[in-house]
Design a protein around this ligand. Structure first.
Ligand code: ZN
Length: 246
């Protein structure tokens, strides 16, 4: 059976994208969804899967920034388990990234700030791979990446695990987690088949969130099963263009 290479990527960590109010939560509680995702990736029957995490800084949507030590702990867990990290945003504000035409300078400043915030957590080197929030950021984000020697990676296959996020335009599955799970599992194969036709690795977009943590095992099982149904053997990889440090 030919191999289909998949890359699992997670945006918005180390904190959960679907938990906005973290007041009164302990560091462990804030990091519980990430902990669960890391455990699921490690405890796979065919061996641990290495993933790529695109990191979100401590600004929007929190009224008070969560403490730096939570981010340090989360990033350390990712690295300890052999995953790769890249930049996502310091401030994940929809208007900033979606209305990029009028926010070029702010976007570049945001990415500088994101780099400065996270690079001490990986040992002081620049992070060298980047995915923009909402797939937006347009020309300013692309130019920033080019000028800073950072690889710009959009996603290939959207798992739709964000369709309940507080900043999603249509929060279709906000109050229906099981419906959301069935929607994701039901629509994944039709989004995957196209990508099995081409050689080379394709990436899946996930998010660090409570909901994704709850359904990740089901989603990975479905990806494996659908790949075999499409006549391929799944192989989980992190190609050089997704490795986040020099
Ligand atoms: Zn994001």
């Amino acid at each position: 059976m030919p191999t289909a290479e998949w890359i699992l990527t997670f945006d918005d960590g180390p904190l959960a994208a679907d938990v906005v109010d973290v007041s009164g939560m302990s560091n462990e509680q804030m990091l519980a969804p990430l902990r669960s995702i890391l455990d699921t990736l490690r405890n796979q029957a065919d061996g641990a899967i290495k993933a790529v995490f695109f990191l979100r800084g401590p600004a929007y949507p929190w009224p008070t920034p969560p403490p730096r030590e939570v981010f340090e702990q989360g990033v350390q867990w990712m690295l300890d388990e052999g995953h790769h990290v890249g930049l996502h945003a310091y401030e994940h504000r929809p208007d900033l990234w979606q209305k990029w035409v009028s926010h070029a300078d702010q976007i570049k400043r945001d990415l500088d700030q994101c780099q400065d915030y996270f690079k001490p957590m990986i040992g002081g080197d620049d992070l060298t791979v980047f995915r923009p929030p909402y797939g937006q950021g347009g020309i300013p984000a692309w130019v920033w990446a080019k000028e800073n020697g950072v690889k710009y990676q959009l996603m290939d296959i959207d798992t739709k695990d964000w369709k309940h996020h507080p900043d999603a335009t249509f929060r279709r599955w906000e109050n229906d987690p099981l419906g959301h799970r069935d929607h994701m599992l039901g629509t994944l194969p039709s989004r995957m088949w196209f990508h099995t036709l081409f050689p080379g690795a394709n990436d899946f977009l996930f998010h660090v969130s409570e909901r994704t943590a709850g359904f990740l095992r089901d989603l990975i099982d479905k990806i494996g099963q659908s790949t075999r149904d499409l006549g391929h053997e799944p192989s989980y990889v992190v190609p050089p263009e997704y490795v986040g440090t020099k």
